[in-house]
Design a protein around this ligand. Structure first.
Ligand SMILES: [Zn+2]
Length: 572
């Protein structure tokens, strides 16, 4: 192991594996080892039409093992048309039609071949199906595609991938890696719930690339929060986070993927792929930063955060919780309803759970605080109003908000020239109370609305039409939400993340973006502390006492965050 807090792994795709000569392998290895260090290699046996010869696999494997690198196998389940397979199917990226008998035979052979060479094999994230050929339409019958593919891929996982691999090599560990598009798994037969019973371990894609320009528009925070999600889904069996160099148009953007994966305490960082790393200047910076991160993480506990309930097979307000994470709110998404939490966040995705409203009612009634988004209210509002959790309603009209009013014990008004569009929410005056209003002219709508139920409270959080506008909400206005989610500890500012851990450590990171400059954030706590200490530089920032309204007294410290620089801080 090159680092104390995580392993490093590199993936060698089949095409590269087939082309490596002994000399090239040696010089490539020397380069990667020099800059980032290689603990492990995943060596692919199949991708597209290519199955790598056994002799070639053995040559690479023995060289790497001689260097002290552990070597596992990899498979990418894509195949071009071949003799015997049914023709004329429109298969995206050459993913398989798993109802085609010839393709089923081929994928079983591919799994058996890898199992004959390795004691551990990972499936790259093309292990999905979107085939809509005549045969798939026929076999689907009356079921919807998601239900059909769930049953199909359970069968494939058991009977064509894992079963045959274990028949060849009984001790083998089979790993299913999930892609970075969690919100769409269920459309294409990815089943992190059912596949737990079939596979030994999992892995997660944490590549976010350039959110503004890349086709998936994934918030940077995903590299942290998807690792956390999979940790909750498969406790102790999430092997690591996997990212690549593609569409990363700066070294900072590339490295942020690694920082956040490591901050989530991923066991292993997977660098995809071998060839892309060679002579790549990204690796020079990465090597320096990995050492710093490793030092930073020493002694740091388990990540903590506001639980966000994202059930399996759900979508809606996609990535919203990640954007809140980039507003400096530590969020912790989980597929398990977090009944034991003090506070939780529910988004439109949470509404995919048919039992969510009764679970929410029981949680709030027993004394919990739940924050529901406008999307969740939109999906479940009728039932929520029937059982009396709220009377609030989304009207369908829109307001371009140019003024924010913080009613949370102190009268603050903030004017902004450029409007942000929000849905209008109506509520019963004094039945519920708005902590934050958004208005224009002499009209406004609640942006954070509070009501009570039993021993607990329900908050409705209004969400801008364009999620990117979340970062444009004035900091003091966003603080009204931060106090709801975490009254005792929060940090005011934007375009940064605050990662919190159960030992009291806090890591702050400010993202490198076109329009992000160095900035001062204010860290708040209600604990009786004297100062905030930087764990690396030893610098201490004396805490000052401030009051917000008549209810809140805080110790605060102002911290400068530079884009691209992480800081580990602790109250003392
Ligand atoms: Zn098909």
């Amino acid at each position: 192991m090159h680092y104390e807090n995580f392993g490093t792994a590199v993936y060698i795709p089949a095409r590269v594996a087939a082309s490596l000569t002994r000399e090239k392998l040696e010089s490539d290895y020397a380069f990667i080892e020099k800059y980032i260090g290689v603990d492990k290699v995943y060596l692919e046996t199949h991708r597209d039409a290519l199955d790598v010869d056994k002799e070639q696999i053995v040559m690479i494997k023995s060289f790497l093992q001689y260097k002290g690198v552990s070597v596992s196998g990899g498979i990418t389940t894509v195949l071009p048309d071949f003799e015997g397979a049914e023709k004329g199917k429109r298969r995206l990226f050459n993913t398989l039609c798993y109802t085609d008998p010839a393709m089923r035979d081929r994928v079983r052979e591919i799994s058996e071949y890898a199992a004959s060479l390795f004691d551990e094999v990972i499936l790259d994230d093309f292990y999905f199906t979107n085939c809509t050929c005549e045969r798939c339409i026929r076999e689907k019958g009356d079921r919807d595609w998601a239900t059909f593919r769930r049953e199909l891929m359970k069968d494939v996982s058991k009977n064509l991938i894992v079963g045959p691999a274990k028949a060849v090599n009984p001790g083998i560990r089979m790993i299913v890696k999930y892609p970075n598009w969690r919100e769409s798994y269920h459309f294409t037969g990815y089943l992190p719930d059912d596949q737990q019973e079939i596979f030994d371990a999992t892995y997660i894609g944490t590549e976010t690339r350039s959110p503004r320009y890349a086709d998936q528009h994934l918030p940077e925070y995903l590299s942290y929060s998807l690792v956390r999600y999979l940790d909750h889904a498969w406790p102790g069996r999430n092997g690591g986070g996997w990212f690549d160099t593609y569409q990363c148009w700066s070294a900072d953007r590339y490295m942020e993927q690694a920082y956040l994966t490591a901050f989530a305490r991923a066991k292993e960082l997977m660098f995809f792929q071998w060839n892309d790393l060679i002579d790549n200047y990204f690796l020079g910076g990465m090597g320096i930063q990995l050492k710093k991160i490793d030092g930073l993480l020493s002694g740091v506990g388990e990540p903590t955060g506001i639980p966000v309930y994202i059930p399996y097979a759900s979508n809606g307000e996609n990535h919203l919780e990640m954007r809140l994470g980039m507003l400096g709110i530590p969020v912790d998404p989980t597929p398990v309803f977090p009944s034991d939490a003090r506070v939780m966040l529910l988004t439109e995705s949470s509404a995919s759970d048919e039992l969510v409203v009764s679970r929410l009612r029981d949680f709030v009634r027993a004394g919990g605080d739940a924050v529901i988004t406008a999307g969740f209210l939109n999906e479940t509002g009728k039932t929520l109003r029937e059982i009396g959790l709220t009377e609030a309603e989304i009207t369908g009209r829109r307001i371009g908000v140019t003024r924010y009013q913080i009613t949370d014990d102190f009268a603050g008004y903030i004017d902004c020239e450029k409007p942000i569009q929000f849905p209008e929410i109506v509520h019963g005056n004094n039945m519920s109370w708005s902590l934050l209003n958004g208005g224009d002219g002499d009209f406004h709508t609640p942006l954070v609305l509070m009501s009570t139920y039993g021993k607990g409270r329900l908050f409705v959080l209004n969400i801008p039409d364009n999620y990117a506008d979340i970062y444009r909400i004035p900091c003091a206005a966003a603080d009204a939400l931060k106090r709801v989610l975490s009254e005792n500890e929060y940090a005011s500012g934007t375009d940064f993340s605050m990662f919190t851990y159960d030992d009291g450590s806090m890591i702050f990171y400010r993202y490198v973006k076109d329009d992000v400059k160095p900035s001062r954030i204010r860290v708040y706590t209600k604990s009786d502390v004297a100062a905030l200490r930087d764990a690396v530089t030893g610098e201490t920032i004396k805490a000052q006492v401030i009051r917000l309204g008549w209810r809140h007294e805080y110790r605060v410290a102002d911290v400068v965050l530079w884009p691209g620089v992480f800081r580990k801080l602790r109250w003392e």
